[in-house]
Design a protein around this ligand. Structure first.
Ligand SMILES: Cc1cc2nc3c(=O)[nH]c(=O)nc-3n(C[C@H](O)[C@H](O)[C@H](O)COP(=O)(O)OP(=O)(O)OC[C@H]3O[C@@H](n4cnc5c(N)ncnc54)[C@H](O)[C@@H]3O)c2cc1C
Length: 320
């Protein structure tokens, strides 16, 4: 059985203190630890952190509160608290459902919202213990999924030839609800949070820490929904998931697990604009969403195109 290698664990007392530890180098942020500690134990990455900076020791980063114009969720708010919050369930249904559909109660009790949107891909070549595949995402030359087993990989092409997908359940809800991600340095639109220069990473600097996620208060009459398709019902990452929000004939629709980062279904949004959501129009919007989708050679991930189409249709119908 593999045991975790030694590292120094520091309880940060403030965000500034955590940032200065990160600036000193070779340190990683620890929130719930449900993703990070697995990657460390199995030595998934070529480098191993000397220091882990625990944010849970910083007071006040786990609140969920609504102000006049926005909902503010602290970076360390637990997924289970978000899923159970009456406030979130009432006005931000896509987020509550996305949090509820993540993993198991145990992981939701530990896992945080910031950790969920910063987690690494589940691509099995990337995740193989002891960094056995030095894939393009780790600085290597190739994406092993292209000629390997790619049944869960991207249907919207590669970023720097990496076909891995973003596995987060909550990320599409953030994009559909037009959230902003607050860090110790800036405010980032959710849609721009994931990096296109380094496949699968976020745009965060090495010493940047997510402190809060802000959701604009939905206008009266708007509705949102989240739909997930996974192989197992009890616990599983999404094969494809989709969040949508709709107001007065305008929709924001975001798919995930179909591309390196959450994928805004702009063609579907354009198609549904000004139309009443019906079985037929939602179906056609789903078709528009996957018009640009392409299976990888060998068609092993072709099935995901049909699922993505259906996810968009169901998410829209759930908002009708
Ligand atoms: C068995 C199992 C099943 C799972 N199923 C699902 C699933 O169905 N859906 C899903 O979406 N996820 C799933 N996960 C993945 C993950 O554990 C959860 O998404 C969880 O929300 C991660 O949050 P955390 O607080 O534990 O993150 P951590 O593990 O603490 O951190 C994850 C990453 O985020 C970084 N990070 C954390 N907080 C911050 C911050 N404030 N600022 C900047 N960077 C930060 C860390 O440095 C690390 O790189 C699963 C994990 C396991 C082990």
């Amino acid at each position: 059985m593999k045991t975790i290698k030694k590292f120094t664990h520091i309880d940060a007392r403030t965000v500034d203190e955590a940032a200065s530890i990160l600036r000193a180098g070779n340190a990683r942020i620890l929130a719930g630890g449900t993703d990070l500690l697995g990657t460390m134990r199995f030595e998934v990455l070529p480098d191993y952190p000397e220091v882990v900076v625990n944010l849970k020791s910083i007071p006040g980063l786990d609140s969920i509160k609504e102000e006049a114009s926005m909902l503010r969720i602290g970076a360390l708010a637990k997924l289970e608290d978000i899923a159970k919050s009456d406030l979130v369930k009432k006005s931000y249904a896509a987020l509550a459902e996305a949090a509820h559909r993540t993993a198991t109660p145990h992981i939701r009790e530990m896992g945080t919202l910031a950790g969920n949107i910063c987690q690494l891909t589940r691509c099995w070549y990337f995740r193989l213990p002891d960094n056995r595949f030095n894939c393009v995402r780790k600085g290597g030359r190739q994406c092993y999924a292209v000629r390997g087993d790619n049944r869960y990989h991207s249907i919207f092409g590669a970023v720097k030839s990496c076909f891995a997908v973003n596995p987060s359940d909550t990320a599409p809800a953030l994009v559909a609800l037009d959230a902003r991600i607050k860090t110790n340095k800036r405010l980032i639109e959710a849609e721009n949070f994931w990096d296109m220069a380094i496949p699968g990473s976020t745009v965060l600097d090495a010493d940047e820490i997510v402190t809060e996620i802000q959701f604009p208060k939905p206008a009266p009459g708007s509705r949102s929904a989240y739909i997930k398709f996974a192989i197992r019902k009890s616990i599983d990452f999404p094969i494809v998931n989709c969040a949508a929000s709709v107001l007065d004939g305008n929709a924001r629709i975001c798919l995930n697990a179909v591309y390196n980062k959450p994928y805004r279904a702009a063609a579907a949004e354009e198609f549904i604009k000004g139309k009443r959501i019906t079985e037929e129009s939602a179906e056609a919007a789903g078709e528009a969403a996957v018009e640009q989708a392409r299976a990888l050679p060998g068609d092993r991930n072709k099935w995901k195109i049909q699922i993505a189409k259906t996810m968009v249709k169901r998410a829209l119908l759930a908002c009708a």
